[in-house]
Design a protein around this ligand. Structure first.
Ligand SMILES: [Fe+2]
Length: 309
C-alpha cells in the first residue's frame, strides 16, 4: 500500500504556509505557482517513494547544472523550450494566425548586437576551410508582400560545432551577422556549412540524458531571428538536409518545413564567384512573417543573453 499524507490537513497547512497563500503580501501569482510546484513535488515523492538521499542527489545535480551554466541545454533537452513553441503555435492557431514560417527554439548560444549589414554579408572570417555555403531568400508577409528593411539575425556553429564567443578559439562575431533586407525584402549571405554538435560529454545535461538512455546530439542547423516593425518576431532555425540526427535532435527543434533543399555544386566552379574552386552548397529559403496581433503574447522571449565585451 502506498503511503499518502498529501490530503492530510498538516500537509495542506504546510503547502498553504510555505507558499505564503495563508497571508497577505508578496506576489499572488508566484504564491500560486510555488504552491503548485511544491505540491507536485510532494506528489512525486509520494508516488515514487523518493528517499531523502535521492532528493539531495537531485539538488546536487541542479547545483551542478547551474555551476556549469547548462540550464540552457537542460531545458531544450527536456523538451521545455519546444513545449513553449507548441503552446504559442496553438495560441496563434486559435487566433486565426497562419501561414508564417514555423518557429523553433532559440537555444542558448545567441549573442546580441552582431554586426549589421545591408542586403548581404559574409559570415565566416575565412580562417576555416569549411565547405562554402551560399544562402539567400526573401522575407515576405503572409500576403506575399516583400518586407523591406527586415532584420535577419543569423548565427551558426563552425565545422567543429562551436559558436564564436562561447568557443574562444574563434574570432569575435565569426558566423554571426544581422542582415537588413533590401527593397525587395531579400537577404543573402556567404558562410561555411556548420556541423552538428552535442552537449558537453562530461556535463550534467549529458549525464541525465545518458540515464534516460538518450543522446545529446543536434543535427547541423542555422539559427535566425527575423524581425520587422509591425510583425511578430520569428525565432527559427533551418536544418542541413542529410544530417544523421535530422529527425533525432535532442532539443526537439526539427520541423519538416525547416529543412530546405540543399544544392551541392561538386565541381565548385562558378564564374560569378571569384576565387571559388572547391565544392560548395546553396540554400534558398524564404521567411514569412505574421503581422503583429495585440491580443497575442509577444514572440520576443526576454531572457538573459550573453553580451560581447
Ligand atoms: Fe545551435
Amino acid at each position: 500500500m502506498t503511503l499518502s499524507i498529501l490530503e492530510n490537513s498538516p500537509t495542506k497547512d504546510l503547502l498553504s504556509k510555505l507558499s505564503g497563500l495563508d497571508g497577505p503580501g508578496g506576489n499572488e501569482r508566484l504564491k500560486h505557482v510555488v504552491q503548485r510546484v511544491v505540491s507536485d513535488m510532494f506528489k512525486t515523492i509520494e508516488d515514487f517513494d523518493i528517499t531523502p538521499v535521492e532528493f539531495w542527489a537531485a539538488m546536487s545535480y541542479l547545483t551542478e547544472v547551474g555551476q556549469r551554466n547548462e540550464f540552457g541545454l537542460l531545458a531544450p533537452g527536456l523538451g521545455i523550450e519546444h513545449f513553449f513553441d507548441l503552446r504559442i503555435d496553438e495560441q496563434e492557431k486559435q487566433a486565426g494566425l497562419e501561414g508564417g514560417t514555423p518557429r523553433t527554439i532559440e537555444g542558448p548560444l545567441y549573442l546580441a548586437d552582431a554586426p549589421m549589414s545591408k542586403g548581404e554579408a559574409r559570415l565566416d572570417d575565412g580562417n576555416e576551410q569549411g565547405e562554402v555555403l551560399f544562402m539567400e531568400g526573401q522575407v515576405r508577409d503572409t500576403d506575399g508582400k516583400p518586407v523591406a528593411g527586415a532584420v535577419v539575425d543569423v548565427w551558426h556553429a563552425n565545422t567543429l560545432g562551436g559558436y564564436s564567443f562561447f568557443d574562444p578559439s574563434q574570432q569575435p562575431w565569426n558566423l554571426r551577422r544581422r542582415i537588413e533586407t533590401d527593397a525587395e525584402g531579400r537577404y543573402r549571405f556567404r558562410s561555411i556549412l556548420p556541423a552538428g554538435y552535442g552537449c558537453p560529454p562530461d556535463g550534467p545535461t549529458q549525464k541525465l540524458l545518458t540515464q534516460l538512455g538518450r543522446h545529446g546530439q543536434r543535427p547541423a542547423h542555422v539559427h535566425f531571428f527575423v524581425s520587422a516593425p509591425g510583425y511578430r518576431q520569428l525565432t527559427t532555425q533551418i536544418n542541413i538536409a542529410g544530417d544523421k540526427f535530422l529527425y533525432d535532435d535532442f532539443a526537439f527543434a526539427t520541423r519538416d518545413e525547416l529543412i530546405p533543399a540543399i544544392t551541392r555544386h561538386a565541381d565548385g566552379t562558378d564564374p560569378k564567384i571569384e576565387g571559388l574552386n572547391a565544392p560548395y552548397s546553396e540554400i534558398k529559403f524564404d521567411f514569412t512573417l505574421n503581422r503583429e496581433v495585440a491580443s497575442l503574447p509577444d514572440t520576443v522571449v526576454v531572457r538573459e543573453h550573453a553580451k560581447a565585451a
